[in-house]
Design a protein around this ligand. Structure first.
Ligand code: ADP
Ligand code: MG
Length: 251
């Protein structure tokens, strides 16, 4: 077996007196799509924040490609190949599609000293166009982001994450607020992106998750309730009791 791309061991997170995550242990294999599901407040975004370096765990360890990530600043996570999108749309509405991605590409490349290297500007431009092409937004480069449809705004956020060419992409509720058609397009995009990277996503749409994912983790009250294939999760009595029964069945 190959080494996991990322692993958490006994990870816990407290916010004051609130236990958001407790003793979570999981390995993630290279190349897989893993969905993290669970009721609101279960700790899904908190786990994402820890995996992407946005938050440090209160207890436990996080390893990326065997390297202990404790003490590393977030930009090191990005440079090592971990990128994420957020649960809430997180773009500059008045900037164009291209500008949104270019800002991200510039930030990513800032160490290359862009103000003195005359090739750097073209390089950034090229990276931005490539990221936009991979999410199907090449035709919209000059459009202010606020004029994009909701589904395209979410695709733009993914393009922003892709400028770092991440080996691990974390998507927090990528289809939130989408109808069936936009959801289908997002699923197709995720499947395409998964061809050459590892993907973790938080989602609520069960049919989508079960069709898309290689593996599903279920969080409940900050703890890992189940971890298995979509089939195993569907058949898991405990999961059905706490989660599947109350799902919206959307998509
Ligand atoms: P989920 O994404 O599964 O809905 P979250 O990870 O966002 O859940 O939240 C888990 C719990 O931690 C919730 O009770 C939430 O209110 C709390 N929480 C999350 N982030 C913070 C924070 N920055 N400060 C305080 N409490 C937080
Ligand atoms: Mg969340």
């Amino acid at each position: 077996m190959s080494e996991p791309i990322i692993s958490v061991a006994n990870v816990g997170k407290k916010f004051g007196g609130l236990v958001a995550l407790k003793d979570v242990t999981a390995d993630f294999k290279e190349g897989q799509i893993t969905a993290i599901i669970g009721p609101n407040g279960a700790g899904k975004s908190t786990l994402f924040n820890i995996l992407s370096g946005t938050l440090k765990p209160s207890t436990g360890t996080l390893k990326f490609r065997g390297v202990d990530m404790a003490g590393m600043p977030q930009h090191d996570y990005v440079h090592r190949g971990i990128a994420r999108s957020y649960q809430i749309t997180n773009i500059f509405p008045n900037l164009t599609v291209l500008e949104n991605v270019r800002v991200a590409a510039q930030a990513f490349q800032s160490r290359l000293n862009i103000w003195t290297d005359r090739n750097a500007y073209e390089d950034i431009e090229e990276k931005a166009f490539a990221a936009l092409a991979s999410v199907g937004l090449s035709e919209r480069v000059g459009t202010p982001a606020k004029f994009l449809a909701h589904g395209q705004q979410r695709a733009l956020e993914i393009a922003i994450a892709l400028v770092a060419d991440p080996a691990l992409l974390l998507l927090d509720e990528p289809t939130a607020g989408m109808g069936p058609e936009e959801t289908r397009e997002m699923v197709a995009l995720i499947e395409k992106l998964a061809a050459d990277r590892t993907i973790l996503l938080v989602e609520h749409k069960m049919k989508m998750i079960l069709g898309l994912s290689d593996r599903v983790l279920v969080l409940h009250h900050g703890q890992l309730l189940a971890d298995g294939t979509p089939k195993e999760i569907q058949a898991n009595v405990e999961v059905r009791r706490v989660y599947l029964g109350q799902n919206d069945g959307y998509a």
